[in-house]
Ligand binder design. Sequence first.
Ligand SMILES: *Cc1c(COP(=O)(O)O)cnc(C)c1O
Length: 224
Amino acid sequence: MNIGERVRKILNEVPTYLKVVAATKGRSPEEINEAVESGINFIGENYLQEAESKYKLIKKDVKWHFIGHLQKNKVKKVVRLFDMIETLDSLDLAEIIDKECSKIGKVIPVLIEINSAGEPQKSGVLFEDLQKIVEGLLNFKYIKVKGLMTMGPVVKDVEEIRPFFIKTKEAFEKIKSLYKNELQWEELSMGMSDTYRIAIQEGATIVRIGRAIFEDNYDNKNSF
Ligand SMILES: *Cc1c(COP(=O)(O)O)cnc(C)c1O
């Protein structure tokens, strides 16, 4: 199979409400164009500079999601280029995002990144700090917080990731019921090439897929 065939197979198998973000770090504009011509409408980039160099070369009008670790000195350009930030992890960062968006009159949708396994070396918000962050985000005029994103830990057997997706979904539902009047809380981004089937079963509305789209020898075990 080539890129286009792999994209069409994945899109045929997943539910129609699902947003499939192609994780495109390290992939060329030619590879990305093959994916978008076969139906991909969302691109996830981890690095600003890489996104800038590819942006004009992508043929279709797609939505760009920032999925990498966001450094404060990159915010000014990131809010101009991207349609969503999936990796908000502090109120300090939110303050800078809000300020930069206010300058250009843009309201940017964001997801809060959850460190669902509580790994000290990883970025993301711990479950116990989530409500405080949500509460703080209500004060920003130019940020629309729409849900959660998680990577989950690196696991040997993919089933080991399921409990972390379940916990993230529970936190998602809790915030949804607490803030039903204040928020348009609707996106849950979890699942990658190895784990997107499990993520969908546990309530993901967004999955971020790299290798299963772009790698010829990738053995896709997400059978539906
Ligand atoms: C690379 C990456 C992905 C996709 O990973 P694959 O295993 O290639 O599908 C998803 N999310 C983030 C944040 C990434 O950096």
